[in-house]
Design a protein around this ligand. Structure first.
Ligand SMILES: O=c1ccn([C@@H]2O[C@H](COP(=O)(O)O)[C@@H](O)[C@H]2O)c(=O)[nH]1
Length: 234
């Protein structure tokens, strides 16, 4: 059976496992779903994922695999053995790469990153030489991802509607770049509040600094979860 996904994952972007585990323990965030990304995984490796799983945390492993199909397939096979809910590849690796990643993932869900939420359309045009509007290129990449067989995409809240129009409602959208009203966006460019994520129909949100750097991370986690689970119209 395919792994379950949760509406909210906390991005554990900490320099080491000790600090990540201390953060969770001291803020009463036992067993909450967490995202392990490059910073923590490259420092600690598979043992930090095993430790989080042992403590009851569902884990999203966000290593954004991007390589030739054969290498990506092998990488995903290795990573999916860690009992994680979901892992990521780059949609720009192409359909064969995404398809082979999906085949190798077993019950672990695979999501394809479209364009990073830290990029603007101007950067896409000037720096990557991709002369298309974000609102065209991202649904296009999502359609390629859907056709390749992966479970969904990583995108910003702003692209969720256009993606679902092309792929259908069941194709998952996971949205980082979440900020509370009035908060600094840091390096993120395509940001939105949890309320907007809910309104636009994002299936899953990932929140890092808005929780990890908050005065009361537990309270912010509870607030965001409540916003996402609210049945009030936007
Ligand atoms: O397009 C993407 C893909 C992944 N991320 C990851 O999400 C978190 C966001 O952290 P914040 O502190 O909430 O900005 C981070 O781990 C990124 O690696 C993303 O931001 N955008």
């Amino acid at each position: 059976m395919m792994k379950q996904m949760y509406p909210l994952y906390i991005a554990l972007d900490f320099p080491d496992g000790e600090r990540a585990l201390h953060f969770l323990e001291h803020n009463n965030l036992e067993e909450v779903p967490v995202k392990v990304g490059m910073e923590l995984f490259y420092k600690e490796g598979p043992p930090i994922v095993r430790e989080l799983r042992k403590r009851g945390h569902p884990v999203f492993l966000d290593l954004k695999v991007h390589d030739i199909p054969n290498t990506a397939e092998g990488a995903v096979r290795s990573l999916s053995s860690l009992d994680v809910d979901v892992l990521t590849v780059h949609a720009q690796g192409g359909k064969e790469m995404m398809n082979r990643a999906k085949q190798a993932a077993g019950e672990t869900r695979v999501l394809a990153v479209t364009h990073l939420t830290s990029m603007t359309e101007a950067m896409l045009n000037a720096e990557l030489g991709v002369h298309a509007a974000m609102e065209e290129i991202i649904p296009h990449l999502a359609l390629q991802a859907d056709e390749s067989g992966v479970d969904g995409v990583v995108c910003s809240v702003h692209e969720v509607n256009a993606i679902k129009e092309k792929t259908g409602e069941d194709f998952l959208t996971l949205t980082p770049g979440i900020r509370l009203e009035g908060e600094p966006s840091h390096d993120q460019k395509r940001t939105a509040t949890p309320k907007k994520a809910k309104e636009h129909g994002a299936d899953v949100v990932v929140v890092g600094r808005a929780i990890t750097q908050a005065k009361d991370p537990g309270a912010v986690y509870d607030y965001i979860l409540k916003e996402l689970e609210s049945n009030e119209p936007g």
